[in-house]
Design a protein around this ligand. Structure first.
Ligand code: NAD
Ligand code: UD1
Length: 336
C-alpha cells in the first residue's frame, strides 16, 4: 500500500519511512528540501535496502500534489511538511501562516480531488499552551502562545470542520511531545541548521565540542530541581506511533486525536546528566534567565494512544541520549 509522506525527508518523516517499510507499507516522500538534505535518501536506502520514491516540490502546489497522489495510487497521507521554529514564527508570522496553514489547505484540496481521504497530521503539545496541570489529557483546553502554535491549532480546527462536512474522512491528529533521539544505526537523525533551538541537539553539540556550554534557561521553576520538565520521546517510538495511527485509521475507519508522549517528565539537568553518561563527555552548564514563552512542566497522559492505537513508548531517556550521541558523533556536521 502506497503512503505519501509530505516532509518525509525531515527528521520525523525519515524515521517514519523506515518504520513504514518494516510494517510492509511503501512510502513515497514529497519534500522541497527547505529544511532537509537530499542525502537522507541514500541513508534511507542504506538502512532499508530499498530505494524510496521521492517527489521534489512544494506542498503548496495543489495541482502537482494531486498529480503525485494519482500517479502513485496513494492510499493515505502522513502530513509532516511545515515550518517549526517558534522564534522564527514570531519574527516572520506570514511565512508560518502561508506554509503551514496554506500547505494543509493545499494538501486537503489535492486529496479531495484525487479521492484520497485518509490523513495523519503532525500536531504538537504546543496546542496546550501553559497547561493548568500535568499530566495532560487530550481534552485539556487548547491555546496558542506564538504563530507556530496558532498554525497547529487552526489546522486541527480545519480538520474537524472537514470531518463534520464530509464524514468519510479518516483523520488521525497526533500531538507530539518532545521528539529526540535518532535511528540506532546512526545513519539518520536530527540535523538542525544553525544554532539549535531545542535542548537535546544543543546538548549533543556541546558534547561534541561545537558549543562551549549549555545555557540552562531558568532554575527557579516550581519543579524538583528548578529547571523545566518535558516529556522527551524517542523518535523511533514516534515513528511506530505513526504506523499504529495509520493502521487504526485503515482498520477502524474512525478519526481520533491523541497525545504521543511517554507520560514521564524529565528536567533539563536530568537530560544533561543522562547525556554525560551516554557520551562519556562533560556538558558544562551556565544558568541563564528563563526563555520567553517557556512553561515549567509539560508531559503527556499517554493512555488514550494505548487504548485507541495499542501503542506505547518503549525507549528510556538513556536510549534517547545514546542514539542521539551515536548520530552526532558519527555525523558531526549532520548530512553535509
Ligand atoms: P523537519 O523540518 O525536519 O521536517 C519537515 C520537512 O518538511 C522538511 O524536510 C522540509 O524540507 C519539508 N517542508 C517544509 N515545507 C514544505 C513545503 N511547503 N513543501 C514540501 N516540503 C516542505 O521537521 P520535523 O521535526 O520532522 O517535524 C515534522 C512535523 O512535526 C512538523 O509539522 C512539525 O511542526 C511537527 N512537530 C515537530 C516537533 C519536533 O520537535 N520536531 C514537535 C511537534 C510537532
Ligand atoms: C519548544 C517550543 C515548542 C515546540 C517544541 C518542540 C519554545 C518556547 N517552545 O518546546 O513550541 O513544540 O520545542 O519543537 O520554543 N532549554 C535550555 N537550554 C537550551 C534549550 C532548551 O535550558 O539551550 C530548556 C527549555 O527551557 C525547556 C527544555 O530545555 O525547559 C526543553 O526545551 P526545548 O527542547 O526547546 O523544547 P520545548 O521548550 O518543550
Amino acid at each position: 500500500m502506497n503512503i505519501l509522506l509530505t516532509g518525509g525527508a525531515g527528521y520525523i518523516g525519515s524515521h517514519t519511512c523506515v518504520a513504514l517499510i518494516e510494517a510492509g507499507f511503501t512510502p513515497v516522500i514529497l519534500d522541497n528540501f527547505s529544511n532537509s538534505q537530499p542525502a537522507v535518501l541514500q541513508r534511507l536506502a542504506q538502512i532499508t535496502g530499498q530505494v524510496i520514491a521521492c517527489e521534489t516540490g512544494n506542498v503548496l502546489d495543489t495541482p502537482w500534489v494531486e498529480d503525485v497522489l494519482r500517479r502513485h495510487g496513494i492510499a493515505a497521507v502522513l502530513h509532516f511538511a511545515g515550518d517549526k521554529a517558534v522564534g522564527e514564527s514570531v519574527a516572520q508570522p506570514l511565512k508560518y501562516y502561508r506554509n503551514n496553514i496554506g500547505g494543509a489547505v493545499s494538501l486537503l484540496e489535492a486529496m479531495q480531488a484525487a479521492g484520497c481521504r485518509t490523513l495523519v497530521f503532525s500536531s504538537s503539545a504546543t496546542v496546550y499552551g501553559d497547561p493548568a496541570s500535568v499530566p495532560i489529557t487530550e481534552d485539556f483546553p487548547r491555546r496558542h502562545t506564538n504563530p507556530y502554535g496558532h498554525t497547529k491549532l487552526v489546522i486541527e480546527d480545519m480538520l474537524a470542520a472537514m470531518q463534520t462536512t464530509e464524514p468519510s474522512w479518516r483523520l488521525g491528529v497526533l500531538r507530539y511531545f518532545n521528539p529526540v533521539g535518532a535511528h540506532p544505526s546512526g545513519l539518520i537523525g536530527e540535523d538542525p541548521s544553525g544554532i539549535p533551538n531545542n535542548l537535546m541537539p544543543f546538548v549533543a553539540q556541546v558534547a561534541i565540542g561545537k558549543r562551549p556550554f549549555l545555557n540552562v534557561y531558568g532554575n527557579d521553576y516550581p519543579t524538583p530541581d528548578g529547571t523545566g520538565v518535558r516529556d522527551y520521546i524517542h523518535v523511533q517510538d514516534l515513528a511506530e506511533g505513526h504506523v499504529a495511527a495509520l493502521q487504526a485509521l485503515l482498520d477502524q475507519g474512525k478519526s481520533f486525536t491523541v497525545n504521543l508522549g511517554t507520560g514521564r517528565g524529565n528536567s533539563v539537568l536530568e537530560v544533561v546528566k543522562a547525556f554525560e553518561q551516554a557520551s562519556g563527555r562533560p556538558i558544562p552548564c551556565q544558568m541563564a534567565p528563563r526563555r520567553a514563552g517557556d512553561v515549567a512542566q509539560c508531559y503527556a497522559d499517554p493512555a488514550l494512544a494505548k487504548t485507541l492505537l495499542g501503542w506505547q513508548a518503549q525507549h528510556t531517556l538513556a536510549d534517547m541520549c545514546l542514539d542521539t550521541w551515536r548520530w552526532q558523533s558519527s555525523n558531526p556536521d549532520g548530512y553535509k
